[in-house]
Design a protein around this ligand. Structure first.
Ligand code: DON
Length: 450
């Protein structure tokens, strides 16, 4: 037993709650999929630190089917860039079933890369060379997302290849409009192979977590795609991943997600977690019934809806005061009077745009009558992204222009070199190793030359 087992317990609870649901049907238009065990139900969650939690049949293999689509779209985006990919396949929810003829009226361009028509185009966009065939690139990419070497279930592949005329028809239809960048038979064959790649719920949770983690697999540490591509894929999953149920899903569950007809389902909490379920019984939209219900329940129970603000207010600025009330303040009255005029702001954690806005606001408020020098203590800051650093430098430069001197406590050098602010080199502020040194310096400044 361990403390983190409480997370596993949450998954076990969901397993218990939904394992007896018998609603739904297995997909039978790919005959081989009817061999799955309808009792199987697995759940897995992977954190941004790569911690893995699972319950039920989380290590039972099944085929990716449509859950492959976001990852192959990611590969197409990585290979060609968003603008080029967008010329061939759009990003509008179709409001139609996964196998519908969802093609743009005038151009014939598929609505998005989550429906079959768009997914076949995304597959056709993957570079195909004699040295590295498209499917090799796809299998390698899927394996990097999962953090282990994946393989193809040849029986499922053969079963779909034998019965997949609707997808072949779609590919020919797309080619007739001029927006299929490859041979239709070859593109659909590669697409069937990618759909037949074998995974487990744990694999899927790692794959979803990699998208949520800005394209870096949190278990293997490998960068699979850029943060831009990961964000683009999550955006299309959010609006199109659940086909004609996408709007309701985003409304009620609030997570980018993707379902597949073998019973796999993934959901991603950006910068928070990857989640996956496996259960073969499907609803009318081709989504696993137990998976759908379990992820909905988990989102509600843990407050995971994307549109709820996950940032805790007030958790960035830990101190906003004047230097005379610090425990280190001297008893001497004159020294204390000087310190009353020195503002002190301390920040903690990772700084992004939202966090830096709080810090800058606190700096303005600091000190008596919002004037005088101010000490900014960054010792408890664990990191800052590029946007946060630029904004922090710009804010500190503004403060300096208004005649308010800022002294930064930053032994770890989080603030970096003086940044460019609107094309000009920003101020190089005095930096100190300890808060006391910074306060002392500001107080001495106020006292003037001795
Ligand atoms: O192309 C097909 O029909 C299947 N290989 C995949 C469809 C699918 O998974 C739809 N998702 N729920």
């Amino acid at each position: 037993m361990s403390a983190a087992e409480a997370v596993t317990d949450a998954l076990r609870d969901l397993h218990r709650r939904f394992v007896d649901v018998r609603e739904g049907e297995r997909a039978d238009y790919i005959p081989e999929l009817t061999r799955s065990d309808t009792r199987d139900f697995g759940l897995a969650l992977v954190s941004m630190d790569g911690h893995r939690y699972s319950a039920g049949a989380a290590r039972t293999p099944f085929t990716l089917q449509s859950v492959s689509k976001p990852f192959v779209y990611a590969l197409a985006l990585s290979s060609l860039g968003l603008d080029e990919v967008d010329r061939w396949v759009g990003a509008e929810p179709s409001g139609e079933a996964y196998n519908a003829i969802s093609l743009e009226r005038r151009t014939g361009r598929p609505a998005n890369a989550m429906v079959n028509a768009g997914a076949i185009v995304a597959t056709a966009l993957v570079p195909d060379t004699p040295e590295v065939p498209a499917f090799t690139r796809i299998l390698t990419t899927l394996s990097r997302f999962a953090g282990r070497g994946l393989d193809v279930d040849e029986d499922v592949y053969a079963s779909e290849a034998a019965t997949g005329d609707r997808n072949r028809a779609l590919a020919y239809l797309i080619r007739s409009t001029g927006v299929l960048p490859a041979d239709p038979v070859a593109a659909v064959d590669t697409y069937f192979r990618q759909c037949a790649v074998r995974v487990t719920a744990v694999d899927l949770a790692v794959m979803a977590a990699t998208l949520a983690h800005g394209g870096v697999n949190p278990v293997s540490g490998e960068t699979v795609v850029t943060a831009d591509v990961a964000a683009q894929v999550l955006a299309v999953m959010a609006t199109c991943g659940m086909y004609n149920a996408s709007g309701e899903w985003l409304l009620r569950v609030g997570l980018p997600a993707k379902s597949g007809v073998s019973g796999g389902l993934i959901a991603a909490g950006p910068a928070r977690f990857g989640l996956a379920t496996y259960s073969p019984l499907l609803d009318a939209t081709g989504t696993s019934v137990r998976g759908r219900d379990a992820i909905s329940a988990l989102s509600e129970r843990l407050g995971l809806h994307l549109m709820r603000n996950p940032a805790l207010p007030g958790s960035t600025v830990t101190l906003a005061t004047t230097a005379d009330v610090l425990p280190s303040a001297p008893a001497d009255r004159e020294a204390r009077a000087l310190r009353e005029r020195v503002g002190v702001v301390a920040a903690q954690g990772a700084l992004d745009f939202t966090a830096v806005e709080r810090v800058l606001f606190a700096l303005d408020e600091a000190g008596p009558e919002r004037a005088g020098p101010v000490v900014l203590d960054l010792r408890e800051v664990t990191g800052a992204d590029g946007v946060a650093l630029a904004l922090l430098h710009a804010g500190l430069a503004r403060l300096a222009r208004e005649g308010r001197r800022a002294a930064v406590v930053d032994p770890a050098g989080r603030l970096g070199p003086p940044a460019l602010v609107r094309g000009r080199t920003g101020q190089d502020l005095p930096r100190y190793g300890s808060r006391e040194e910074a306060v002392e310096h500001c107080a001495r400044d106020l006292a003037g030359p001795a």
